[in-house]
Design a protein around this ligand. Structure first.
Ligand code: WT7
Length: 635
């Protein structure tokens, strides 16, 4: 029996029990048998969750790109590592072999070195889904630079906040990007962001849309000629197991994004292990994760997890609706995709369209379907199962987070029987706990509570960049010695988990994690706004949409309100990005507050959900009278 590749339910339970009984020998065996190390670890795990300090494979030395690329050169040199499928179906797709990937990563790494990037330096990557994006992550990792990818849908303000938070020395971007029938001026956004980023010395610009852009002398450089001139070999820098590999920002309950820090060895082992098992990857399969590399899903399951397994991973530049709603299925047919991993919001959007968009294509290559990012509702699950999987492909509903590095709770195909809306069972090594309001663990089945993880796993984020105290406070202070996820969950009579949604001030919109605080901060910058509160309400495609309650400094005429609504969404777009725009904006004269001045979002949520019959006790509010006013003018 191999711990690394689970093949049936009995084996899952055996492996799971072993992983709990003796986590160290479990993770040691996996690390030993499946990776390349320059030096072995001294200790598999050292931890103290009260501090919290977590160290996996301490003392080990490695380079993750040797594991993702070099070691495959002997056995898989001519195998395709990355398939690039462009936005426009008439443009040719690109197949990059492991040999070619090696050369391109080495050249890119040498360009970074020539521009003074050293081990430990931060490099911001703000690129569309083109091969250079995956290659730039690997180039950073090759020389030990810490990459910080910012999703290329974020605004200039959001970009500069992230660049400054970690003092990036360099930005890697492109002249622009294609998205469906639109082009986006990425370089313009970077220029605007960099007006307030003194740490950035160099901007490397990839050519994608061939637009005329301004290049700032001494700062901006075209990437292509540099790559052409660079040497095609680059010796990988030997990294400590716990050296940071990357920073990835996620929103939280204050305005400032949290730079989650992932380290090298544990992240590598965890993403590789979960990729292999959750997607049952077999040699020569073609794996496609539709996420953007700007999110953790792309880091772990487009780049690191697949490449560490020598897999063929597909990168898609476009959107599901261009040139029509059959685009995903056309790509599946074209590249004979075997595992397809997407988000419920995409499934819901496609399920609204005519069935022949999927029926026109041969989907028989598909073996496994995946879902990630938010709870998948029953209707979407059935549509996916019936029309895409033809009732023949297990659906893995994978629950995890930016902070967890990799998939935590998920069925293992052909092992775990699936049920719609259930993420089912924890992966080996993962010890979930459900907690009640008093901080007690709820034992046994048929319970629901706050979802925690009570033992370290290799893929967990180790800190928040520059703010370890915030890391402790956010994740390890609510429940003693446990990692608190921010999600609620239930455990059914068979021990299956169902994730019920966030229990904090984070709202998942179209699978994107949005904190209410940064959006409120942005709105409050509008000169006419006195105060605001954002809540989520159910939306049939996005899962949740945003509802804003806004108090104006002066009550204006209704005619002005329409303009204000536009301006508020404009400000949000500038500060965060279009993904955070509000679907509904209600102007009000007050917000329900507790006596200590805290906004009672629970009440606003009920109003936004149009469920006002049961508001609970509002008598303890400072201003109970405002509630009726808000209900009466709700949209
Ligand atoms: C939050 C994390 C993990 C990659 C994408 C999102 C929600 C994620 C599921 C799922 C129910 C899910 C949770 C989680 N979530 N997957 N299968 N079922 N909820 O990463 O942006 O860090 O968001 O997404 O609420 O806490 P993220």
């Amino acid at each position: 029996m191999s711990n690394y590749h689970i093949k049936n339910l009995e084996e899952y339970f055996q492996v799971y029990r072993k992983s709990i009984r003796d986590p160290e020998s479990f993770w040691e065996e996996i690390a030993e048998e499946n990776f390349m190390w320059s030096k072995r670890w001294d200790k598999v795990l050292e931890y103290d969750l009260s501090k919290p300090e977590i160290s996996w494979y301490k003392g080990a030395k490695l380079n993750i790109t040797e594991n993702c690329i070099d070691r495959h050169l002997y056995t898989r040199g001519d195998k395709t590592a990355i398939i690039f499928e462009p936005n426009d179906p008439s443009e040719k797709s690109e197949h990059i072999t492991y040999k070619q990937l090696h050369e391109r990563v080495c050249r890119f790494a040498n360009v970074l070195l020539e521009h003074g990037i050293e081990k430990g330096d931060r490099v911001c990557i703000y690129l569309p889904m083109i091969p250079e994006q995956a290659i730039s992550l690997l180039a950073c990792a090759r020389i030990g630079a810490i990459h910080s990818v910012v999703f290329a849908g974020f605004s200039a303000t959001a970009l500069s906040t992230r660049i400054n938070d970690s003092d990036c020395k360099m930005v890697i971007t492109s002249d622009g990007s294609y998205r469906g029938n639109k082009t986006i001026d990425l370089k313009g956004i970077v220029d605007e962001a960099l007006e307030s980023c003194p740490s950035v010395k160099t901007v490397l610009v990839a050519k994608r849309i061939n637009s005329e852009i301004a290049m700032k002398p001494n700062r901006d450089k075209w990437l292509l000629p540099l790559l052409d001139e660079a040497y095609h070999h680059c010796v990988p820098v030997v990294m400590d197991a716990e050296d940071p590999l990357f920073i990835l920002y996620t929103s939280g309950s204050t305005g400032k994004p949290k730079g989650m820090v992932h380290t090298t060895a544990g992240y590598m082992v965890y993403t590789a292990y979960t990729f292999k098992n959750v997607f049952q990857y077999r040699e020569n399969d073609v794996f496609w994760c539709t996420a953007d590399i700007g999110w953790i899903t792309g880091h772990s399951y487009i780049v690191y997890g697949p490449l560490a397994n020598g897999a063929t991973t597909l990168m898609f530049e476009g959107v599901p609706s261009y040139p029509d709603f059959g685009r995903f299925w056309q790509v599946v047919e074209k590249h004979k995709v075997n595992q397809f991993y997407t988000a419920p919001t995409a499934i819901r959007a496609l399920a609204k369209e005519r069935l022949d968009f999927s029926e026109n294509y041969d989907l028989s290559s598909l073996k496994i379907l995946g879902s990630v990012g938010e709870p998948i509702n029953e209707e979407a699950w059935h549509w996916y199962n019936d029309n895409i999987g033809k009732k023949n492909c297990p659906i893995v509903d994978t629950w995890w987070q930016t902070e967890t590095g990799g998939i935590m709770i998920s069925p293992i195909p052909y092992s775990t029987p699936t049920i719609p809306t259930y993420a089912t069972l924890p992966l080996p090594g993962i010890q979930p706990a459900l907690m009640d309001e008093n901080g007690e663990e709820l034992k046994g089945n048929l319970v629901s509570g706050r979802l925690c993880i009570k033992f370290p796993w290799p893929g967990m984020a180790r800190t928040i960049w520059g703010n370890h105290e915030r890391y402790r406070e956010t994740y390890f202070s609510t429940f003693e010695n446990k990692y608190f996820t921010g999600d609620g969950a239930l455990r059914d009579s068979t021990g299956y988990y169902r994730i019920t949604g966030r229990v904090d001030d984070v709202i998942i919109v179209s699978g994107h994690n949005l904190g209410t605080a940064p959006i409120e901060d942005a709105i409050n910058e509008h000169p006419a706004v006195a105060e605001s509160a954002i809540v989520g309400f159910p939306h049939d495609v996005k899962g949740n949409a945003l509802y804003g309650f806004v108090i104006l400094k002066e009550i204006g005429e209704t005619r002005l309100h329409e303009n204000l609504r536009k301006e508020i969404n404009q400000i949000i777009t500038e500060h965060i990005g279009p993904i955070a725009k509000l679907d509904k904006i209600q102007f009000t004269t007050g917000l329900p507050k507790t006596r200590s001045g805290k906004i009672m979002r629970r009440i606003l949520r009920k109003i936004a959900e149009k469920d006002t019959d049961n508001l609970g006790d509002i008598s303890t509010l400072l201003n109970p009278e405002v509630v009726q006013e808000i209900i009466d003018s709700a949209i």
